[in-house]
Structure formats: C-alpha cells, structure tokens
Design a protein around this ligand. Structure first.
Ligand SMILES: Cc1ncc(COP(=O)(O)O)c(C=O)c1O
Length: 400
C-alpha cells in the first residue's frame, strides 16, 4: 500500500492508507473510479460538514475563481471574499471576539494563537491538556500531549505544562505565570471527551483571576459539529482566543484565530507584521468559507440532536459496543480492543462505509457525518455498522 504512493512520487506517512481511488464526491457519498461509492461517516475528518460538492459552496467558488485568485500577501489588499467570510464568522460570535486572522490550516491557527498570547501577556509559558491534540507544526505539537508523537521531534517549545482534562484540582496550576491555557473545548483525538460545565466555568474563572488567556481549539469541534455553531456555546464560556479550521473552509484549506481587536493590534508592532502568511485568507478559500458559514443558518439543530441521539441509542444496542460518547455529530465508539476497531473499520470500508480511527485512542473509532446527512443515509450507515459489529462478535467468539 505504502509503496503504491511512493511509486507515484507522493511522500507517505501512513503505513495503512485507505488507498481508495476517488473520482468524485457529492453529498454524503464519495464515488470511486471502480464505479462503487462510499458513504462518508467522517466528513474527511470533520471537514466536509455541509456535504461534498455542496451546490452553494460550489457556486461561491466558481464566482470567486472567475473574479481572481491570489493577488497579494495577507493583509495588503482589500478582498471582498475575506470581508464576507469575516463578517459572517464574527456575526456568529460573541462581541468580544471581533477580529479574525485567517491562516492556512488548523496548526497555523494554533501557532498564531500561541504567539498572540505571548505578545499580549508578555509571559512565555502555557498550560495544555493531557489528551490534547492541536496539530503537527512545532508550536501545535508542543501543546499536544501524545508523547510518542512528540519524542522524535524534541526539544519542542519550552514551558508547556500538561494538566489532566476535566480535573478540578489541576486548575490550581493556573497561577498567573502562564501566557495562556490551551484546550480543545471538546477533545477530539482523545476519543470525544466532553468536559463538565463546572470544570470549564472554573477554568475560565481561574484564567480571568490570573490574567491568563484562554485559547479554545475548535478546529475539529467547531462550525456546527457538536450541534451548535461553536462547542463553547454548550458550556456558557467565551474564549479569549478561538482557533478554527477544518469545516471553516467548506472544503478549502482555511484556518483562523479569532480574538479582540485590541489584542490583535499587538501583532502589528514590535515587530510590525508580527504574523505573516502568504496564502492565509486565500480569496477562494474565503469565498468557500463565507458560503459554508451561511449554510449554518439552514441547519435544524433540534433535528440534528434528535438524529444524533437515535444514532447513539442504536450504537449502544449492539453488545460489541462498550461505550459511546457523543455531542451532536461528534461521536466516539469504544470497542473491546484495537483489533475490534480495526476489524470494524476494515469491514465497513469493504462494505461501502467510511468510519475511522483516532490517532491516540486505539480502542475507539470516530463517527462524524456531514451535518446535512438524511435519516435514510444514517440508517444505511448504521445497518453496515451493525453487520460489522455482528461479524466481529462472531469472529471473536470462534477465536477467543
Ligand atoms: C483539535 C484539532 N486541532 C488542530 C488540528 C490541526 O489542524 P490541521 O491538520 O489543519 O493543521 C486538528 C487536526 O486534526 C485538530 O483536530
């Protein structure tokens, strides 16, 4: 499998690529060159939240491509698509988050947020969460906790302390020496860990008391994934800096860090151009984003929650499933072992359904369908999953 990529001149870092040959994608389906199709229950890992080839997004893209592509490095010229994406995004956010810096990816948004926190506070250290995943640039990796993924690339950024997620006493570590606390609002790669509201509120209070900025990473759990436009809305907190990516671009590469205008100003002096990105806020990505953000208005959140709860109940009915954690369409399914997970991911793939692993949580798999998925499509996926669970139960019973 790996050789197949390398032979074609493509660097490859996964030893087990899905290696499907894609010809097109539409709605919840990815169509393959061999004429078959896959039901996408993971949205390209939380990206295609409005379905593949969403007509409104395609229309905005076509219009922008006809107008112009890249014209100048970020921030130098006025571009209508950036203005539209910014006004739609900021229109959805609390008034304290009134300034957005568009970048190219989730990890760049994290790096930008960490830099901003240092610049604003004049402090250097950070508190991050055990189980946290923030991406693979040096900055983002430095605040991600998976030791086996960090070790070969150390030394990383100095002064990062990891505390347990959702643990009251650990919050005492926020003592006024740190620039920021960084956390996913709902942890994704840790297997969809949903924190208690009391813990989140106390963390926010500690940050406020100590002048420590709160950076929330909603790169995966934002833009509707958890059943509200932003996951922090479930917990009645507001971050000082919000990081976005993945679904933000409507299928195009786009990240963002969002904060207050006054904080963002600190990146414009000593040095000026405190963050530079050539392609950040690319006009085509911003046009796509503006269309995607508009589509959030069309989502019936009550219906999404109803469907999510139904899916959760159906999953829990199968004895091969040990536990399900879910917020909206952000779902982890625990099984008895990594082997069980591997069996089901493979079985599903061979039978036309895409589900996928977590990087760090090996006895769970993820489900994150497009927010636009219909009842029939959910039922189609669930039927394949039930067959996968049953096949695993049969196999493990015959080879205990
Ligand atoms: C929570 C979270 N933060 C950051 C990132 C990094 O985003 P990117 O891969 O676009 O750099 C990811 C990617 O999966 C993520 O899930």
């Amino acid at each position: 499998m790996m050789e197949d990529f390398l032979r074609r001149g493509l660097a490859q870092t996964t030893l087990h690529p899905l290696n499907l040959k894609v010809s097109s994608a539409c709605g919840v389906y990815i169509h393959l060159e061999d004429g078959t199709k896959m039901l996408d229950f993971i949205s390209g890992i939380g990206v295609s939240s409005f379905g593949h080839s969403n007509p409104a997004i395609l229309e905005a893209l076509h219009q922008q491509v006809d107008r112009h592509l890249h014209v100048m490095v970020y921030g130098e010229v006025q571009q209508g698509s950036q203005d539209l994406a910014a006004s739609r995004l900021l229109g959805l956010l609390p008034s304290s988050l009134d300034s957005v810096y568009f970048v190219n990816s989730g990890a760049e948004a994290i790096d930008g947020a960490l830099k901003l926190a240092r610049k604003v506070t004049g402090r250097h250290t950070f508190i991050a969460m055990e189980g946290g995943y923030h991406g693979n640039t040096f900055g983002a990796l430095s605040v991600s906790s998976n030791q086996s993924r960090r070790a070969p690339f150390e030394p990383l950024l100095a002064g990062v302390e990891f505390i347990p997620f959702n643990h009251q006493d650990a919050l005492d570590s926020i003592d006024g020496t740190q620039a920021a606390v960084i956390a996913e609002t709902v942890q994704g790669d840790a297997g969809i860990r949903i924190p208690d509201i009391a813990w989140i509120k106390r963390r926010e209070k500690r940050c406020n008391e100590t002048g420590t900025l709160l950076i929330l990473d909603e790169i995966q759990c934002g833009i509707g994934r958890t059943g509200k436009p932003f996951a922090f809305e479930h917990f009645d907190v507001t971050p000082d800096i919000l990081c976005l990516g993945k679904a933000l671009g409507g299928g195009m590469p786009l990240g963002a860090f969002v904060s207050s205008t006054s904080r963002m100003r600190s990146l414009a002096h000593e040095p000026d151009l405190g963050h530079i990105t050539t392609f950040g806020g690319h006009p085509v990505a911003c046009a796509s984003s503006a269309a995607a953000l508009r589509l959030l208005d069309d989502i019936d959140w009550n219906e999404l929650e109803l469907r999510g709860a139904q899916l959760e109940n159906q999953l829990k009915k199968n004895s091969a499933v040990k536990a399900v954690r879910r917020l909206g369409y952000f779902i982890a399914v625990d099984m008895e072992s990594p082997e069980a997970v591997h069996f089901c991911v493979e079985y599903a793939r061979k039978n036309g359904l895409l589900i996928f692993y977590f990087l760090s949580t090996l006895d769970s798999f993820r489900i994150a369908p497009p927010l636009t998925i219909s009842d029939t499509e959910l039922a189609e996926g669930m039927a394949i999953l039930n067959r996968a669970f049953d096949a695993w139960s049969l196999q493990s019973a015959s080879h205990p």
